[in-house]
Design a binder for this molecule. Structure first.
Ligand SMILES: NC(=O)c1ccc[n+]([C@@H]2O[C@H](COP(=O)([O-])OP(=O)(O)OC[C@H]3O[C@@H](n4cnc5c(N)ncnc54)[C@H](OP(=O)(O)O)[C@@H]3O)[C@@H](O)[C@H]2O)c1
Length: 274
């Protein structure tokens, strides 16, 4: 299962997040094992950010993908406070050093701050020209910001946003806009950081398919062909379970049941962020 980027390239629909990895020495080996297991299973889109553990997550990802860099579609993010034209270049170079690589596949503005989007895009263009990033995109941008961004030169390849069964606000206008422009959405916190997993509705649907609540939550996000999901899993066991979501096709009955438990938005709401 893949998602098509505006560049014409396809990327795995299901990837892996890494926020809160590298925070506990005792979990490090399991986290690296989890990421390598994911690569073995084809979850080769890996998301990190300079913010995560102040660079420690990037260092861990670098270790996990060492020797396998060419298999990976590597995503990282610049903090808004670093996102001037020159600051974006500097931040990216530091991320590349931590990741032990010469290029990122996708570099995102983590969220919109005080620096004009045009300056960040200028930094992205310089990085592209230098071969240090292949593509760029954004995160946590609502529709007004996306309209402003897409009027600028260059080609945004994704908008990474909070989207899961309990966070359906973007379905009102942001997701339809993405569907119409062909700029995909990358859904973060797709299992709501674990809080969704005790839902009785998820358990009911999961039981019907001999699946698990995590698999149902992920399959639900992945029902839209222009949406990626990047769950973070700290163990190989969780990664294997999550990869099973790719085999799960939800029925109309499942979707109606999930709509009853997690109703779609009745009107506009500002984009939420975690
Ligand atoms: N752009 C942004 O502003 C932004 C914001 C938030 C997140 N993100 C990105 O999106 C990624 C995912 O979001 P997230 O980490 O916030 O939340 P998430 O992926 O929804 O949830 C992660 C939590 O769920 C647990 N989990 C995952 N798979 C599981 C399974 N099969 N069974 C039971 N528990 C499971 C993990 O536990 P274990 O670790 O024990 O497996 C972890 O505690 C992040 O890691 C980050 O890369 C981006």
């Amino acid at each position: 299962m893949t998602v098509l980027l505006p560049s014409g390239e396809t990327v795995p629909a299901l990837g892996m997040g890494t926020w809160k990895m590298a925070e506990d020495r005792d979990r490090r080996a399991d986290e690296i094992d989890a990421l390598r297991t994911g690569l073995d299973l084809g979850l080769t889109l890996v998301d990190t950010a300079e913010m995560y553990g102040s660079g420690a997550s990037e260092t861990l990802v670098g270790e996990a993908v060492a020797g396998r860099r060419d298999e990976v579609f590597l995503v990282s993010k610049v903090l808004p406070s670093n996102a001037s034209a020159a600051g974006t270049v500097r931040a990216c170079e530091a991320s590349l050093r931590r990741l032990g690589t010469d290029r990122l596949d996708l570099y995102l503005l983590h969220w919109r701050g005080g620096i004009p989007l045009a300056e960040t895009v200028e930094g992205f263009a310089a990085l592209q020209a230098a071969g240090k990033i292949r593509h760029w995109g954004v995160s946590n941008l609502d529709l007004d910001d996306m309209l402003e961004l897409t009027a600028l030169p260059g080609s945004c390849q994704t908008n990474q946003i909070l989207y899961n069964l309990s966070r359906r606000g973007p379905e009102h206008d942001l997701l339809p806009w993405h569907a119409s422009t062909g700029i995909p959405v990358m859904a973060y916190s797709p299992v709501e950081q674990g809080r969704l997993l005790g839902s009785p509705a998820l358990a009911t649907v999961a039981a019907r398919h001999d699946a698990t609540p995590a698999q149902v939550a992920l399959a639900w996000v992945l029902r839209l062909p222009y949406v990626n999901a990047i769950p973070k899993a700290g163990t190989a066991e969780h990664v294997r379970e999550n990869a099973g979501a790719l085999e799960l096709e939800l029925t109309t009955e499942d979707l109606s049941e999930l709509d009853r438990a997690f109703p779609p938005p009745a009107g506009p709401s500002p984009l939420a962020m975690l």
